[in-house]
Design a binder for this molecule. Sequence first.
Ligand SMILES: Cc1cc2nc3c(=O)[nH]c(=O)nc-3n(C[C@H](O)[C@H](O)[C@H](O)COP(=O)(O)OP(=O)(O)OC[C@H]3O[C@@H](n4cnc5c(N)ncnc54)[C@H](O)[C@@H]3O)c2cc1C
Length: 255
Amino acid sequence: MVETTITGQSGKPDLTLNPSFPTATLVERKDVTEDLMVIKLEVSEEFNFKPGQYCTLGLDKIERAYSIVSAPYEKYLEIFVELVPDGELTPKMFAMKIGEKMSIRPRAKGLFVLDPKRHHHFQLATVTGVAPSVSMVRQYLHDGLDNGHVFYIMYGASYLDEFHYDKEFAELAAKYPDTVKFVPTVSRPTEERNAAWQGVTGRVNTIAEEYLAKFDLPKDDTKVYACGHPGMIEDMKEKLPPQGWDFVEERFWKP
Ligand SMILES: Cc1cc2nc3c(=O)[nH]c(=O)nc-3n(C[C@H](O)[C@H](O)[C@H](O)COP(=O)(O)OP(=O)(O)OC[C@H]3O[C@@H](n4cnc5c(N)ncnc54)[C@H](O)[C@@H]3O)c2cc1C
């Protein structure tokens, strides 16, 4: 395959790209913790996707899937990335500066999308696994649909500073209480880093059944979405579908 090197705004050579793919230029970066960052990318071509889908980003011939946080109506592609210190791609992504480019496969993929046949969308997410939920809720509210869909966002993290999207969901839940319900939970409440935490505690998979009952969700009109940590998803898959819950999953890695 022919490769080319594109020169970035800094004048330094940018990273080697596959010329047959569009480019995704880093236009914004927020470091959430030492190993979590939110980035915004400007794609060189029109990039269509459905809320919940993922894109495939690459640098130096290494490509990985990333669920899209932004909604299709937004200008930039927003991605929530966790650093895997021994990983091949994420250390390179964390070294990126504004103006540098990645490659992006021209088509988004994935079946982890909103099921419009159900009205209750019970979404279990760990850390970066919140991306599809953010995209779905942003687009739904942007479209101004008043057709009775309700999103229940169960958002788990080890530490409170890993949430990042908690403020957005808390605000939406306050503004649209009939449409957005938000339950953030930390799994290590006794650790010093969580000293300020006063909310729900426990892994998201250990509280899911309690909240399905609390919200009194009807099995025949509810979809359960589980995204992120494979351990959380495996546990939920063992428990919920056998009870008759309609279940869809997106695992971010294999243990
Ligand atoms: C559909 C899909 C959507 C995804 N969306 C996101 C997303 O929105 N944000 C995001 O950060 N990642 C996401 N991922 C994971 C992403 O594709 C990469 O696997 C991840 O960024 C690590 O890449 P790497 O090259 O640095 O590590 P690799 O070299 O691929 O992995 C090294 C090792 O770490 C394991 N591993 C990978 N990710 C993790 C992790 N988070 N924690 C612990 N171990 C891990 C791998 O299984 C492997 O054993 C998604 C994966 C899939 C399949």
